[in-house]
Each structure stands twice: as structure tokens, then as C-alpha cells.
Design a protein around this ligand. Structure first.
Ligand code: PRT
Ligand code: MG
Length: 215
């Protein structure tokens, strides 16, 4: 039986490799251009997909399991009618936070207090919509696919909702963080059918991952 694990190139791949290694799985040909990578275990392979495609692959069985940021996972779930996916392990990697940021000098508190309509640019439209609805703030959401930081600087938006880690990207663009929606880390997500049908292969892998997370 083959287990297929979906990962995205970049920080998730880089931070997942050591966890897999500690669990006895070594990804091979990691620097090739191939999108399917074998591992030292004949029953485990890795597929490389876009970060935002990991939940889609796992949900529809293109992969049995995957690693996705909580940001990507919750946004995916919201667009799929809110049904939560199975996520048995918080891997605690690729940590950051989802925050609201505005241009330095923009009085966010006043705009919110006055009940003004604010324009918010983000890749996370569902999470942003929910956040501002909970606060009772009227927003016009502007969907972007990247470089959110540019939106307040060009007058496209008053605020952005984006990931912040060190804060240096905001700083370099004269933006300030004014609110945090939630802390983010990467989650192991499981296809529900695989969870049942491939249980015997999955359980030891999940167990080793859990123990490799213990400090
Ligand atoms: O790049 P692509 O469009 O394929 O996908 P992606 O951008 O979603 O992938 P990737 O690898 O950049 O991010 C994958 C996951 O890493 C995200 O879904 C998050 O869960 C997690 N993660 C952790 C981050 C960051 N930290 C992070 N700092 N993802 C993005 N950033 C970006 C942020 O968007 C901002 O532009 O880094 C910038 C801020 O960083 P600081 O350190 O300057 O604050
Ligand atoms: Mg990126």
C-alpha cells in the first residue's frame, strides 16, 4: 500500500523534512524538478503542490495526507461550506500570525469606531470577512493573490489582512500591525477515506510524527 503525502515547496517543505527524518522517513531527490518524490520507505511518497492546493489534494484523495498552514486550511474550509477537515497533529512549524495592518499614520481605531466602511485587501477573504463581521465593522474586501503590502501604499485599500512573522516586511513598507486574527502553524491534514482504509499504514506514521514533536 502506498501513502501519498502532499507538501508545498518552501518553508513547509523545509520544516517538514526534519520531522519526517525524525520519524524515519527520508525524502529522496528533493532537489530534482520532479513533482513526485520517493522516500526511503517504499510505501511512502511525497507530491509537491502549491501551498494553497494542499487541502484540495487531501480532500479529494489526490493525497492521503498533507501539511498545510492553518491560514490556508481555514480559508479552504470556509470556501467549501465550513466542513472541517481531519487534522490530527499540529506540527507547530512555519509559525506566524494572521494580522490586520495599515499604513503608518492611518487611524484604524478611529475608522472602526466611527463605523466607517474600510477597504481591506487580502488573499484570505473568508477569514477577513468573518473577522470584521464579528467586530461589526463594515468592509469592502479586495481579493489579491500576493504582495498585499502594496495595497495600502497605492491607495488600493485602507488595510490588509496578511501573515506576519518577524514583522520586517511590514516595517520595510511603512505598515503597522493593528490587530491579530489568530496564531498560525502548519497542520497535518488527513483524507477521511484514507484515514479508514489505510489506517494500518497511517497509524505508525502519525505516532512517530507525534513522538518526534515531543521536546
Ligand atoms: O508562494 P505560493 O503562492 O506558492 O504559496 P504561499 O505563499 O502560501 O507559500 P509559502 O511557502 O510562502 O507559505 C506557506 C505557509 O507558510 C503559509 O500558508 C503560512 O502558513 C506559513 N508562513 C509562516 C508564512 C510566513 N510564515 C510568512 N512570513 N507564509 C508567508 N509569510 C510571508 C507573509 O505573507 C509576508 O509577505 O512573509 C511575509 C512576512 O514575513 P515577515 O517575517 O517579514 O513578517
Ligand atoms: Mg509565498
Amino acid at each position: 500500500m502506498m501513502l501519498t503525502l502532499a507538501l508545498s515547496k518552501g518553508r513547509i517543505f523545509d520544516d517538514t523534512l526534519p520531522l519526517l527524518k525524525a520519524a524515519g522517513i527520508e525524502v529522496q531527490d528533493a532537489n530534482s524538478r520532479a513533482l513526485i518524490l520517493p522516500t526511503n520507505q517504499p510505501g511512502v511518497r511525497v507530491v509537491l503542490v502549491r501551498a494553497s492546493d494542499v487541502p484540495t489534494y487531501v480532500q479529494h484523495g489526490g493525497a492521503d495526507l498533507g501539511v498545510a498552514g492553518l491560514d490556508v486550511l481555514l480559508e479552504h474550509e470556509a470556501h467549501q461550506g465550513g466542513t472541517p477537515m481531519l487534522r490530527p497533529i499540529d506540527l507547530k512549524i512555519a509559525r506566524c500570525r494572521l494580522s490586520v495592518a495599515v499604513r503608518k499614520g492611518f487611524d484604524y481605531a478611529a475608522a472602526v469606531r466611527q463605523g466607517a466602511r474600510i477597504r481591506v485587501a487580502t488573499k484570505y477573504t473568508a477569514l477577513a470577512r468573518q473577522h470584521f463581521a464579528d467586530k461589526g465593522v463594515h468592509v469592502d474586501l479586495i481579493k489579491l493573490y500576493g504582495s498585499m503590502e502594496l495595497a495600502p501604499l497605492t491607495g488600493l485599500a485602507d488595510a490588509i489582512v496578511d501573515l506576519v512573522s518577524t514583522g520586517s516586511t511590514l516595517k520595510a513598507n511603512d505598515l503597522v500591525e493593528v490587530e491579530t486574527l489568530m496564531p498560525i502553524s502548519s497542520q497535518l491534514v488527513l483524507n477521511p477515506v484514507s484515514a479508514r482504509l489505510k489506517r494500518d499504514a497511517l497509524q505508525p506514521l502519525l505516532q512517530s510524527l507525534r513522538s518526534s514533536l515531543q521536546p
